[in-house]
Design a protein around this ligand. Structure first.
Ligand SMILES: Cc1cc2nc3c(=O)[nH]c(=O)nc-3n(C[C@H](O)[C@H](O)[C@H](O)COP(=O)(O)OP(=O)(O)OC[C@H]3O[C@@H](n4cnc5c(N)ncnc54)[C@H](O)[C@@H]3O)c2cc1C
Length: 477
């Protein structure tokens, strides 16, 4: 039987190692801490929660609850430890992070089939016919291993930054001030355009360039220097930036051109935005019959069209400042923001192009990718993908081709999303995802028409998901 090498002792790695060991496999688990740490980890512990201590909602028939229920039914070891380390947190599962890590470490030590190696892995060998590898090195994968992964997968298939544009509630847009149009009327008029006069543009620019940024953490400032070559940049981030300093930044910070914060672009010259993300050419305002002085475009965020994102408006401003400045955009004076813009380091692969539904690299099927590196987002999602990767690798080690988690389940929907997110030519826009009902298969049209209550629809989706999941866990003999 093949051995299994798990790289990464965060959340996905330990769950994968424990699952594979429980299914009779010999596992080598590699963790580089404490020899080498990441910018966010504080300890050498397994399963360290680097920020909040919440594994999200336990309210019945919510999407995070569904994901956890499926994991519990599949015997997730880390969820057992999370439940045993729970602290009072209303409807959420929050844990005592020290106790949680202690329990996971004790469980791994007690598993005779797992051998722990405290060392950084820098090379991958997909041709080793004796070994299957589960790569679970997370959003802060060490630079040497990221370079190795890039070598195996190709230069444009790794992203190093997540840049998120703000999202606005559609019902709070002043539709009398904006207009739907496609540039030069090519294609359908899907974008909402917020038109600026020169005076409005000047006022907006002054507010944007003087707004207060989020203080830059030292590890964020140093993040760029961790990348050894410009070819390591994501497909959304082609060229190294020569950004000037935000006024509030205590340390120099470098951004990539492809995801430069909007306030940085604005500081490069008073017309830079008008010739870049706020370009008005080809967008005729029906009220004036002319192109406006500048335009902010809003793109539909979901199928229900109840939210829109501000195209190209990723930024590093404090949330309160974003609300103040973005409400100077014509049409958004009373906007409610569902999400604010952000930029943070996050290494993840271009899963729609690279991964199979059983989390194997298409070009190197002996390597599986799990956790945040695979394109899922969040603690619970990372543990969930470790659970799947461990089970898939164990099946492969026993000489059988694993069956992917069912599409109707929350676990299957997450895998389906990361592996099918967008068609190939649009893959530049692949963004990691948390579990939400949007990822699950929608109800049939007639059911949707009949059942107006959202909670009832979610209950039906949960029932269907759990039934499909149980059938997958217990296939007919
Ligand atoms: C700063 C930050 C804050 C976050 N906050 C939250 C939050 O509050 N809530 C939430 O749900 N999600 C959060 N996330 C997102 C995500 O859920 C976590 O990063 C989560 O820990 C991901 O799990 P993982 O197993 O994929 O990676 P990790 O938990 O990071 O585990 C990866 C492990 O691999 C090790 N490693 C890296 N490279 C190598 C190598 N070459 N050789 C050997 N070992 C290596 C690392 O030391 C690490 O222990 C945050 C992410 C970041 C970066």
């Amino acid at each position: 039987m093949k051995k299994i090498k798990v790289i990464g002792g965060g959340l996905a790695g330990p769950e994968a190692a424990l699952q594979a060991a429980a299914l009779g496999c010999e596992v080598d688990l590699y963790e580089m801490r404490p020899t080498r740490s990441t910018e966010a980890h504080q300890t050498a512990d397994f399963a360290e929660l680097v920020c909040s201590n919440s594994l999200k909602s336990e309210s019945e028939n919510t999407a995070p609850w569904l994901l956890k229920q499926e994991m519990r039914r599949a015997g997730s070891f880390l969820l057992v430890d999370a439940d045993a380390s729970a602290v009072p947190a209303g409807h959420a599962l929050a844990v005592d992070r020290i106790e949680f890590s202690r329990r996971v470490a004790a469980r791994i030590s007690a598993e005779p089939r797992i051998t722990i190696h405290r060392e950084e892995v820098t090379a991958l060998n997909p041709d080793d016919s004796e070994t299957l590898t589960i790569l679970a090195t997370g959003p802060l994968t060490s630079p040497a291993l990221a370079a190795e992964l890039q070598r195996l997968t190709g230069s444009n298939h790794l992203a190093f930054y997540d840049s998120i544009s703000p999202i606005v509630d559609a019902t709070t847009i002043d539709m009398d001030r904006v207009f739907f149009a496609a540039r030069y009327d090519k294609g359908t008029a899907d974008y909402i355009n917020c038109p600026f006069t020169k005076e409005e543009y000047d006022r907006f620019l002054d507010a944007l360039t003087t707004a207060e940024s989020v203080p830059v953490k030292p590890w964020e400032a140093g993040a760029l220097s961790l990348l050894s070559s410009p070819t390591l940049l994501s497909s959304r981030s082609k060229v190294e930036g020569s950004a000037s300093l935000p006024p509030t930044a205590p340390t120099p910070v470098h951004y990539f051109e492809g995801c430069l914060p909007i306030e940085e672009t604005a500081r490069r010259g008073r017309d830079t935005l008008r010739f870049g993300p706020m370009k008005p050419v080809g967008l005729t305002d029906p009220k004036t019959g002319r192109w406006p002085y500048a335009v902010v475009q809003l793109r539909q965020e979901n199928l229900r069209a109840d939210s829109y994102n501000l195209v190209g408006f990723q930024n590093h401003l404090k949330f309160g400042e974003q609300a103040r400045v973005l409400r100077l955009i014509p049409g958004l004076e009373n906007a409610a923001f569902l999400r604010y813009g952000q930029i943070h380091r996050n290494t993840y692969i271009d899963a729609p192009n690279l991964l199979t539904e059983t989390l194997q690299l298409r070009a190197h099927p002996s390597i599986l990718i799990a956790g945040q590196l695979s394109g899922v987002e969040g603690y619970t999602e990372s543990i969930a993908s470790g659970l799947l990767a461990g089970r898939y690798a164990a099946a492969l080690a026993h000489g059988t081709q694993p069956t992917p988690a069912p599409r109707a389940s929350a676990n299957g929907s997450l895998s389906f999303y990361i592996t099918h997110a967008l068609n190939p030519e649009k893959n530049k826009r692949f963004q990691p995802a948390n579990i939400t009902f949007d990822l699950l298969p929608p109800l049939e049209e007639d059911l949707r028409r009949r059942i107006r209550d959202k909670k009832e629809r979610h209950r039906i989706q949960c029932d269907r998901a759990l039934a499909a999941w149980d059938a997958w866990l217990n296939p007919p003999a």
